[in-house]
Design a protein around this ligand. Sequence first.
Ligand code: HEC
Length: 164
Amino acid sequence: MRASISLPGCVRRLLRCCVLISIGTAAAMQGAIARDTDTQYTDKRARIDYTLHCSGCHGMDGLGKPAAGIPVFTDQVGHFLRMPEGRAFLMQVPGLLGARLPDDRAAAVTTWMVRAFAGPSLPPDFVPYTAEEAKRYRESRPADVIGKRNALYRQLLEHGYAIQ
Ligand code: HEC
């Protein structure tokens, strides 16, 4: 008669536990080394570009410094997107031009900024900026950007959208 190997219940439970832990760890590691999708990568890079090139003036909260002439983004920057000229204007500001980002990154950082701060002012049909737009808008920049903003500001106000 062969003696059957019988492990005490607690050892069996321990072994089962170890197996489950190693399966779990392997799955977690696979998740960690999985490459970001293109969209995730673009989004992370845009956040970094905002942090490096924009947040010094506009803040990580998008609140700017209105007293020092740096406008608020939070809950209002999306109103500009209600007009084609406003959409263009958001890419014609000196801060973005000065950052000298390539077209795809300029488009991504503007898209990130709008999504991060526009809040309820974001039109529901907003589509991300493209590299082609970045090139076109930056090349056709109005000489008087502040004058442009003031004109847009008045137009928006007429339609009931107040910008600080
Ligand atoms: C040195 C400070 C400074 C930096 C850096 C800066 N900005 Fe600005 N930004 C301003 C000032 C001042 C204004 C308002 C005057 C103007 O429109 O030029 C402004 C205006 C804007 C506006 C228009 C908002 C409105 O309500 O009129 C947008 C959009 C904008 N900036 C985006 C950016 C982005 C994106 C970056 C980074 C790539 C950036 N800015 C970097 C100072 C800065």
